[in-house]
Design a protein around this ligand. Structure first.
Ligand SMILES: [Fe+2]
Length: 395
């Protein structure tokens, strides 16, 4: 049925600003000159796209400065050890791009932590190869793009499709971000969508929870505008002759959007429900799940804590956001555990017994299960708890 089943990124049509009634037709400014139309398309011309109308062509390159390398520095490429990282030990840095610290990576995704202190005001950024999911653990502000503005706060997933030029503006200096770059498109789970792409009744979130760009402001400006473009591990500082946010209008399916983890309505059951019920996004290479406060299982003999499990063919990354995590003995905010595929893991000693009879949990965490093994970077080793793998031993 057309490309309905291939819908990727955001299956909601959205438009802001002024656009002509027919695409690819004459559309003039007040002074009689033409607006510059740009098609922003994915998978060649076969998947989600938007049509953008610029005040000036998006092609006016004045200078390309020397690129610099930001590729992850791999320190442990092969391993088979349960690992714990203290994410909040990553030191804050003033600049957004400098603060992004890759910690767990493979050919499909890069997971980074960041604690930026300053808004981006003197440059713009574009990831030309990866969709980005920026999970806002701490901090408030706005994601600014040509498509409009997305205000954000703690608990928001900002989904920024590849090719989007953006700026992060923060309201204060204390910000903690968990960032996933996915070289495969970020999708909403296929099993929650009908043949029209609409999120179905059993989905834990629906279109009402998806926040789209708002308040389109047109920056009709010429000058020198630096856009740092990421491709193949390098950042190319481009100087453009027109403001990147010079959209007078746009429409389509390719644009940044936001979803709050607090708007994810957990599915619960009479007995312990498996991790897929927490699934929030999917790609062909990994899934992303949200563990949210919820009622526990209601069978009188139920054990709410999870069973031991073997991730036969995926690694498992948990990023702890808030609350007590029922199956772990001691976790702190910002902590990351990596349980590699190939060996089992499970609840810590005592936590199974302790969970019996409890009625609810206030845990909040983000989980990523990649299908290919993750490698650890130098920065990950610097924040590693070396004895974590022994933490299942009885005291
Ligand atoms: Fe697990």
């Amino acid at each position: 049925m057309f490309h309905l089943l291939k819908l990727e990124l955001m299956p909601i049509y959205h438009t802001l600003g002024s656009i002509p009634s027919k695409r690819h037709t004459i559309f003039r400014k007040a002074d009689g000159s033409l607006y510059a139309e740009e098609l922003v398309s994915t998978h060649g011309f076969s998947s989600a796209y938007s049509l953008v109308y610029h005040c000036h062509p998006p092609t006016i390159v004045k200078e390309i400065r020397e690129p610099y390398d930001v590729s992850p520095k791999i320190a442990r490429d092969r391993h088979l050890k349960h690992t714990s990282l203290k994410g909040f030990k990553v030191a804050p840095k003033a600049d957004y791009l400098e603060s992004r610290t890759p910690i767990l990576v493979n050919a499909d995704l890069h997971i980074s932590l960041a604690a930026p202190q300053r808004s981006m005001t003197d440059y713009f950024y574009k990831n030309s190869q990866a969709d980005e999911v920026v999970f806002v653990h701490e901090g408030k502000g706005s994601l600014l793009t040509g498509y409009g503005c997305l205000p954000f706060g703690p608990g928001d997933y900002l989904v920024i499709p590849r090719g989007t030029i953006y700026q992060m503006h923060f309201e204060e200096i204390n910000n903690r971000l968990f960032i996933v770059e996915s070289f495969d498109p970020i999708l909403t789970p296929k099993r929650y969508r009908n043949e029209f792409g609409q999120l179905m009744e059993h989905s834990p979130y629906c279109e009402r929870d998806i926040r789209k760009p708002q308040d389109l402001q047109t920056f009709d400006q010429k000058g020198d505008f630096e856009v740092r473009i990421k491709k193949q591990g390098l950042i190319y500082p481009y100087v453009y002759g027109s403001h990147p946010f010079d959209f007078v209008g746009w429409d389509g399916y390719h644009y940044p959007w936001a979803l709050s983890i607090h708007d994810f309505m957990p599915i619960t059951g009479k007995l312990h429900q498996p991790p897929p019920i927490h699934q929030t996004f999917e790609t062909h290479a990994f899934v992303l799940c949200s563990f949210c406060p919820r009622m526990y299982d209601y069978h009188p003999q139920a054990i709410p804590a999870p069973y031991n499990h073997s991730n036969v063919d995926s690694d498992e990354v948990l990023y702890y956001v808030d609350g007590d995590f029922m199956s772990r003995k001691s976790v702190e905010r910002g902590q990351i555990t990596l349980h590699p595929g190939g060996i089992p893991h499970g609840p810590h000693p005592g936590t199974v017994e302790k969970s019996i009879g409890q009625t609810k949990t206030d845990e909040l965490a983000v989980m990523i299960d990649p299908f290919r093994p993750l490698m650890l970077t130098e920065e990950a080793l610097a924040i590693e708890d070396p004895d974590y793998y022994k933490s299942w031993m009885e005291n």
